[in-house]
Design a protein around this ligand. Sequence first.
Ligand SMILES: [Zn+2]
Length: 665
Amino acid sequence: MMDKMGCNSKQEKMQSVMTSTGFIWDSQMLEHKCLWDTEHPERPERITSVIARCQELGLLNRCKILAPRKATEAEIAAVHSPAQFGTLDKICSSNNNNMGKFEQLELEAAASKYDSVYFHPSTCDSALLASGSAIELTQNILDDKIRNGMAIIRPPGHHAMESTFSGYCFFNNVAIAARQALASGRAKRILIVDWDVHHGQGTQQLFYDDPRVFYISTHRYENGLFWPNLKESNYNWIGDGEGIGFNCNIPLNKIGMGNTEFLTTWHQILLPLAFQFNPDLVLISAGFDSALNDPKGEMQLTPQCYPHLLSPLMGLANGRVAVILEGGYCLNALAEGAALTLRTLLGDPCPLLEPIADPMPELVETLLNCMTVLQSHWTLGLGLKESKQGADLCVHVPTLRYDYVPVQLDKYPTRDGNPVTSFEECSPHDDRLNQLILTTNLAVPSSKLGIAFSVAANYDSSSKFKQSLSITGEIQIGLEPELKFSRPFGLMAAIVGGQCTSGIAIMSKVETIEVCKYAMDVLKLARILFIDWNGESDIAKGTLLKNPRVLYVSMRETSCQLTSGINFRWVENNNDDVSDANYLAALASVILPIAYEWCPDLILVAGPEEGREGGYGFCALPTSPAGFSKWQSIFGFEFTEQCLLPTLCRAVFGKATTEFFQQQC
Ligand SMILES: [Zn+2]
């Protein structure tokens, strides 16, 4: 891959990437509200609570604020039937003035024709603004005016179907933005990740036979008992015609699922699919109703986990990610989840999480079902095939269960039974949520990346090197030269001391082991994950493997005697032509789950040899979910040809690392 791209083209590409984060919203969208049910959960405070928290954390000042606009009739018509706009326009404009009791009753009667919808005289304008804002955000990203961004908009969109309103949704904002992106010719493969707790059946239907759009949704399902109660939300709906294999439903059949279940889903299914699909644009249907305390979702995802779901996706599509608000009804959890998501788009490190545990058996069943139906289209289950569960995958016989008994209604109920929960209201998870919000450390080290050269590395072209890193002024070259340790030790101390998020040290492997020992003996770290990208076991023999405080991962193991640690032997490929895709799969489905469970204090990576296949896969590490921003990390290099280094630096700064080609593992 490196030969194809070459050092120079890489650097040029790197310099052309814009770095800012866009933010779009409009106060006009606060006018849309339910006149006959003031407790309705889809309410204006959903936006104001997010804005307030983002301001409190100083995030909006750091964003490029985009000007919202209404979507045009033609843009709506690219997704919806003509009647969709016509009907909404008519309902709203005929009730524009003199809102009395009678007019309210008229609006409520109109709403009763649709499943879970209310109308307000301003609804059409708000819905057009929401869709127009989603388009603006996406177009700004595709025009390279911003790198990524967030749209805090309502009404939401993912339940809106081609010709009907549904589930608080009128126009499908994400689908409309995707259609415009495709029509502009600037996006050819769009990944839509829908992490709202409800299935976005509207989005699924709109792209069901379209291989250009891969729709992946996690949603509460309970075998059909949870709204929208559809058979088509189950795992066996994987697309149709040319789009077969480009739709993935991950139905959650039990309430109470949390960080463990969502991260496991990401590692075992979502990320392997996303890496292989290799999108050129990522759209997130970002509902926050899977969050702890949400009265609708009844899941337990902590707001602090959303950055970990987003972070790895930012390594795709050259960093082109648009996060577009859908649901979320516990105002506290919504505001926190959305603000932390925006913070991640801005490149701040992911907050620390509690260690994950074993996922619920209901989730394992779902994941095995999903893998089984998708395995003829994508490579999945790499992490399971070698294990005991892997045997289960080989013999796994998925069963299809659908418990919902449909009822025919003359009209739909128009008053929602589910209240939102505010800060003051009690719920079983309120204490935990408030505690998490108050105690999560959101401090950001003053330096994102430190760079150090060891004396032994004898790296004499550091000025050329600095030039190649001119992408940012944030890089500190050579930390703390007065420290009595050689520079890599100083860098390590700066990382552990919280002055610096990550570091790159140009040093030999012997020195890398010395740095590891220093972290244990002097800095007193209890758990160090040591990833050896070259995996020559001789460096690990002796000290590292015998020490229970070090978890050693060899990515390219040649010795058959090595029995401790984690060793990738790549037997079939004889270790020689292992591609980026293999490394990414290993990273997602093996290393990350272990890292999230073990929670190391530090991740130490010995870098790959220049010119070897898999080098750029290595550069995916910093944007991977283990947050190599989440845990402080240091990358050691012993090589003097520094082609990989700028790419790695870009990755540390949250930029996409490479264009992954669609490869089979
Ligand atoms: Zn939802």
